[in-house]
Design a protein around this ligand. Structure first.
Ligand SMILES: Nc1ncnc2c1ncn2[C@@H]1O[C@H](COP(=O)(O)OP(=O)(O)OP(=O)(O)O)[C@@H](O)[C@H]1O
Length: 774
């Protein structure tokens, strides 16, 4: 108790500090539970609230309420700039498509165009980017509720997708032409068509026999019995808290600095999942928590962690909490939310997030911050190769988006982490699509966890309107035409468009840039710096569209996203829920629009079924085919330019890469002694194993890559490929440092050649001026 240090200014009264005994860290589970039970007594306010049923007692239409005396902090969405400069920057630069296009325009017209081009055959440019509301005649919508009986039946089947229709004959003829074009495209970029095939085939594979799969989730009796034995029985205190009439944070006996933090970010009353989880987490219980997207799960685990940490022994700085996230962006977001909530405490944070400055993170971790927010790969790197992270002192482990973390692709990394952190830890798992399946949870090492599910069946947020634009058979190839039309005329601002393929997202990014639609892209082929910049430019409104893969589908909390467009439906209903959950968050409204062709049938059907069950608004929208066809012709005429831009980008990337290699080689030469003396890094997986795990993860997210033949899939690595991977492993382990000088010379020569080539090219094109970067 000597270690208790007040965390707000000394003259402030902190009434309940001494009484909140929930956490004396570093104890074994038993001691923790004993303490927790004594805390139960003291947390009267929580316990006095009536016991009730798990979900029934909750107000399903919970309204987010802001703290009294506070205006909503408009900007608080977890993405406010960090106080420490450079802290959130990645460590590699990338190539900017807008720059390339601007340069090209400059050459063409001798002026900067701000990215807007005169589209082929396009007269009235003023339309572009202009807000056209939904009533625009180019998109007609029918609310499912208003449909006649026949349409009702169709709606339940995903608006009759796949049902034969005489009017489709015409479309099919058109599709024949499209296919020819596709084949031509395929000759210039075979991968693209392969990806299309993947999407199509995946979808078809999913289309059939899906009903049985859907119902798999319904627990059978045996599973129910196992769950009963696995989970702790629901404790009255959890439901009492959530049924509280005033249900305030102060009713949870939270300390003053925490209440101040909550107030400063505008959290007035706890959301239902927070009301349930906070009291349980304060008692040190293991938790499996599920609640719809945007319902405040982050706060549900951060608030009790901060409260408990206020009472940690402070003589020796110790890292006690690890919060693991599946993506780097989520980890950064969580870091921002947590540091803001902890603004009035002395709790310290560290990061172990992939793609970001390793040295800076090492420096932070050396100070033994109380909480480390991490992605699994970087966490393991620190665990194994540095002394700054001490996993054996971790007492609380959180897996956010836990179902994703439990999937293939993260499995190996997670096992490695779980095996290293002490078993006596408190473990909390959260997700909007949280699994309750015991088999999945057992390996996390949970100990009699409490299961807290809030509106878990409800799934989509109540303020969400779901629209579906059906692409009839034969018109699937015109997806991009549909998207361009929608983004130019209907959904023109604050829109996320989701793609299954990185390449597709990037391709569309180029098209948007050529057409003058302000967009940012977000996927795994970008440097971390580019990824964070993309989010920032979308968040700040500089870009109206975010073109993303599923790396952005979970957890991203960006205020004011009006629409989520699914360029194609995702692989599963779960991913659909996460994607559409980027809008209509925290009690707001929003729209999701899915371009649905036959291959997307299964997911559309599931979405329609669940929306109908909830009574939420679903609409079938139709788009004027002439508008789409006009866009398709425009896109076709743009093809050469798209390819040239992609080519220029490729060259710039190669140049950057070579420059990076030179710098690296320079460093190796300069710091030869230091590098030699560094201990060899170890990796718990080889590159080949990592690649295999990555593949498994991809399959989990996007379905099997059916475009590859079985033979290709089973294909063994050639000796050359093996050697390449081995070399990379060795290089990372520092074994090949000796090659530095040699590679430096080589790299230097390559850069010179490349620069020479570029100069030559510029001379040839007569393009003197490269406009300055904005
Ligand atoms: N008690 C509260 N009062 C008001 N706003 C809140 C409260 N708790 C959270 N919020 C806000 O609600 C939004 C969603 O919260 P959060 O990102 O934690 O949701 P989530 O459930 O984790 O969503 P997802 O499943 O998509 O990850 C955030 O903008 C957050 O600031």
């Amino acid at each position: 108790m000597d270690d208790l240090i007040l965390t707000i200014s000394d003259d402030e009264v902190v009434s309940d500090l001494g009484e909140t005994p929930a956490a004396n860290q570093g104890q074994k589970r038993k001691r923790r539970d004993q303490k927790a039970s004594s805390s139960n007594k003291k947390r009267k306010a929580v316990d006095e609230i009536d016991a009730g049923a798990v979900d029934e007692g909750l107000d399903s239409d919970f309204d987010f309420e802001l703290a009294d005396n506070l205006q909503e902090e408009e900007d608080f969405d977890g993405w406010g700039a960090s106080d420490e400069p450079g802290e959130q920057q990645g460590d590699k630069q990338g190539v900017d498509i807008d720059d390339i296009i601007e340069r090209r325009r400059f050459k063409q017209y001798g002026t900067q165009t701000n990215g807007k081009e005169k589209g082929p055959g396009e007269g009235a440019e003023e339309d572009v980017g202009e807000d056209v509301n939904e009533d625009d005649s180019s998109i007609a919508s029918v609310e499912a509720g208003d449909q006649d009986e026949e349409d009702e039946t169709l709606a339940a089947d995903g608006f009759g997708m796949g049902a034969g229709d005489a009017s489709e004959d015409e479309d099919e003829q058109a599709s024949g032409e499209d296919k020819d074009e596709e084949e031509e495209d395929a000759r210039s970029g075979s991968e693209q068509s392969e990806e299309d095939a993947t999407t199509a085939l995946n979808g078809h594979a999913n289309g059939e026999g899906s009903e049985a799969e859907e119902d798999d989730d319904d627990d059978d009796e045996a599973e129910e019995a196992r769950q009963k034995a696995f989970f702790a029985p629901e404790e009255p205190s959890a439901t009492k808290a959530s049924n509280s009439v005033d249900g305030s944070f102060s009713g949870m006996s939270l300390s003053r600095p925490i209440l101040k933090g909550l107030s400063s970010v505008g959290f007035g009353i706890p959301t239902p999942i927070q009301a349930k989880a906070i009291p349980m987490a304060l008692q040190g219980k293991d938790i499996v928590g599920g609640a719809e997207t945007g319902s405040g799960k982050t706060g549900a685990f951060i608030i009790p962690i901060l409260e408990r940490l206020l009472f940690r022994p402070k003589k020796v700085p110790t890292t006690r909490v690890a919060i693991l996230m599946p993506t780097r962006e989520l980890a950064v977001q969580c870091y921002n939310v947590a540091t803001k909530l902890a603004a009035f405490t002395d709790i310290k944070f560290g990061q172990a997030i992939g793609g970001m400055n390793l040295r800076e993170q090492e420096r932070q971790l050396k100070t033994r911050p109380d909480i480390v927010i991490a992605t699994p790969g970087r966490f393991i790197d620190f665990m194994r190769n540095y002394t700054c992270l001490t996993p054996d002192t971790i007492e609380v482990l959180v897996l956010d988006e836990a179902d994703r973390m439990l999937e293939e692709g993260f499995a190996d990394e997670l096992n490695e982490i779980l095996n290293t952190i002490p078993k006596s830890r408190q473990t909390m798992l959260f997700s909007a699509t949280m699994t309750s399946k015991v088999d999945d949870l057992v390996r996390v090492g949970l100990q009699r966890p409490v299961r807290l599910m809030v509106n878990a069946k409800k799934q989509t947020a109540s303020g969400l309107v779901q629209e579906f634009v059906r692409l009839r058979p034969g018109r699937e190839q015109k997806r991009l035409g549909y998207l361009m039309h929608l983004c130019e005329r209907v959904y023109t601002n604050r829109v996320i468009v989701f793609f299954r393929q990185k390449k597709e997202a990037h391709h569309v990014r180029v098209v948007f840039a050529i057409c003058g639609l302000k967009a940012a892209e977000l996927h795994g082929n970008m440097t971390q710096e580019q990824r964070l910049n993309a989010i920032e430019s979308f968040r700040s409104g500089q870009a109206s569209f975010l073109l993303a893969t599923d790396v952005a589908s979970r957890g991203l909390d960006i205020k004011g996203i009006e629409t989520v467009i699914n360029y194609e439906a995702p692989q599963s209903h779960e991913i659909y829920l996460h994607r559409v959950g980027r809008t209509a968050r925290a009690g707001r409204s929003g729209k999701a629009c899915t371009l649905a062709a036959e291959p997307d049938r299964k997911v559309v059907k599931a979405a329609v079924k669940s929306a109908k069950a909830l009574g939420s608004v679903i609409r079938q929208c139709t788009v004027d085919p002439k508008e789409v066809d006009a866009w398709c012709s425009r896109l076709e005429a743009m093809q050469d330019e798209i390819e040239e831009v992609l080519q220029e980008e490729k060259e710039e990337k190669a140049l950057l890469q070579t420059e990076r290699q030179i710098n690296r080689a320079d460093n190796i030469v300069k710091h030869e002694d230091e590098i030699k003396s560094r201990p060899k890094k170890t990796w718990f997986e080889t590159e080949a194993q990592k690649a295999a795990a990555k593949d498994r993860g991809r399959v989990e997210l996007n379905g099997p890559d059916v475009s590859k033949t079985g033979k290709e899939k089973r294909k063994k690595l050639s000796n050359k490929e093996k050697k390449k991977l081995q070399d990379r492993d060795d290089r990372r382990a520092g074994l090949m440092w000796q090659k530095g000088k040699h590679s430096a010379e080589k790299a230097e020569k390559a850069v010179k050649d490349q620069k020479q080539k570029q100069k030559q090219k510029q001379k040839e094109k007569g393009g003197k001026g490269k406009p300055k970067r904005k």
